[in-house]
Design a protein around this ligand. Structure first.
Ligand code: SAH
Length: 455
């Protein structure tokens, strides 16, 4: 019988989607081993044993997998960000494709064509947004970095490989400022202290940079010195904002922004349109890959110019707006009021006049639109992780669109919803996984459904 602290030899034969390798013992117990790779032959120390599975850690790599590569980030396995830095990108893409295929087949019970994953050309420094918690360790040393996996312990990280180099320079300036002025830093335990988070965004196309400090209060002492230091050192700095968050909460941003320099926002481009981005706006974190995701969604929507297009969970309107000129009428639905305001402004700024945005829960708005007799030709959905749910799927089916394009960030809820659609006559024609977040456990997918089984 396997027990804690046993040292065993193990072949890693599969991988979980969240970054563990898995091997089976002779008795058939599945052992999950973080940071292992399919094809590894390992000596493993058992840390925890359950009835049918166990957890272990690598003691020694006896024979490495051919998929292995040297992790190249100082924070890997310390911060909660990347899980696939120890294997080659092609192996990571295989795991992600498999995750989507497994979900669709096992959870959805759907037999459909799973297309090759749209891999990301740029697997490093692709993020355009970062949030760094600021704090001190028990000896009073300054920490600016990330939370460790599943915890609120801050791990210093001076240069995250997923983020542009310039973000590291902003961290450095912030660090120097705190040390120079002995600025007050927030303590999560006591709720005391000022500076909580450093939040940065960059326009990938425009190179405009927004730096936002989240403060437990209205601002911090020596603020003008900080702004001056940033302006001197960060040449593409566009604006500096102080965000006020006095709540004892995990939510990073508070409700109030005060602009200390610049005009409070940056702009960026997506699929040829211009978008205004403030700290509150939803904006795709990997812009270039979002263009490819939207490109696939556009291909699936197959618009000819005459359609009514309903874009549910539209955020700041990006997916629908990039297709507005190809349809007769666009209706977007989004629950966050500020995002809806941004969507309307984005339409105006891009000269789009056939778009309308509704601030509402997607299921409620769809029900109301359906009762008012709306018959969209194409419906796009892009829900958060919990998916659309049965009620919304029913309403969509009642509206009888020719096509549904489902953009999903969670294969499991996508699969569940595809099953609901299937029972109502909407067949999944194909699913394309898209890797929006290389090195991390996340995988996005886009699915085409149609009422017409003969395409
Ligand atoms: N399609 C957009 C945003 C997708 S993120 C884009 O590609 O940029 C999912 C969006 O759904 C978020 O903007 C979130 O605020 C919104 N949302 C979450 N729950 C919702 C609900 N119940 N009804 C409508 N929108 C919701």
């Amino acid at each position: 019988m396997l027990k804690k602290n046993d040292i065993i030899e193990l072949n890693i034969t599969s991988a979980t989607a969240d970054g563990s390798g898995v091997g089976k013992t002779d008795e058939g117990i599945a052992v999950f081993v973080p940071l292992s790779a399919v094809g590894d032959f390992l000596r493993v120390k058992i840390l925890k044993v359950k009835k049918t599975y166990a957890f272990g850690k690598i003691e020694e790599i006896i024979t490495p997998s051919k998929d292995r590569t040297e992790p190249d980030c100082e924070c890997f396995s310390k911060c909660g960000g990347c899980v696939w830095r120890h294997i080659k990108y092609s192996a990571e893409c295989d795991i992600k494709s498999q995750k989507v295929a497994d979900a669709v087949r096992r959870i959805g019970g759907i037999n459909t064509d799973i297309k090759p994953i749209i891999a990301c050309d740029q697997t490093e420094r692709y993020r355009n947004k970062a949030q760094f918690p600021v704090g001190r360790d028990k000896d009073g040393n300054l920490l600016i970095g990330f939370y460790a996996f599943h915890s609120h312990r801050i791990v210093n990280c001076s240069d995250c490989s997923l983020q542009p180099k310039i973000f590291s320079e902003v961290i450095e300036v912030t660090r120097e400022f705190i040390e120079l002025t002995n600025a007050s830093v927030y303590d999560e335990q006591t709720g005391k202290g000022r500076l909580r988070h450093l939040y940065i965004r960059i326009g990938e196309k425009t190179d405009e940079l927004i730096v936002c400090y989240v403060v437990n209060g209205n601002g911090i002492k020596g603020e003008d010195i900080l702004v001056k230091m940033l302006r001197e050192r960060i040449s593409n700095l566009k604006t500096v904002i102080f965000n006020s968050n006095r709540e004892n909460t995990n939510v990073v941003l508070g409700a109030k922004n005060r602009t200390a320099y610049g005009n409070g926002y940056i702009t960026d481009e997506l699929c040829g349109l211009k978008f205004k981005i403030s700290p509150f706006s939803f904006w795709q974190v990997n812009r270039s890959q979002a263009e490819r995701l939207y490109g696939k969604a556009r291909e699936y929507a197959n618009l000819s110019g005459n359609e009514v297009l309903l874009d549910l969970y539209c955020g700041t309107g990006t997916i629908g707006l990039t297709m507005a000129k190809d349809c007769k009428k666009l209706i977007g639905v989004e629950i966050i009021d500020d995002a809806v305001k941004d969507a309307r402004e984005n339409a105006v700024n891009n000269g789009i006049t056939n778009a309308e945005f509704i601030c509402s829960d997607a299921a409620n708005a769809a029900k109301e639109l359906e009762q008012n007799g709306l018959k969209p030709d194409v419906i796009i959905v892009d829900p958060p992780r919990k998916g659309c749910g049965e009620e919304l799927v029913n309403t969509i089916a009642e509206m009888k669109p020719d096509r549904v394009v489902y953009v999903s960030c969670d294969p499991a809820t996508l699969a569940r919803d595809l099953k609901y659609f299937d029972a109502l006559g909407y067949k999944t024609v194909e699913v394309t996984p898209v890797d929006m977040f290389p090195k991390t456990a996340h995988v996005e997918s886009v699915a085409l459904l149609t009422i017409n089984t003969i395409l």
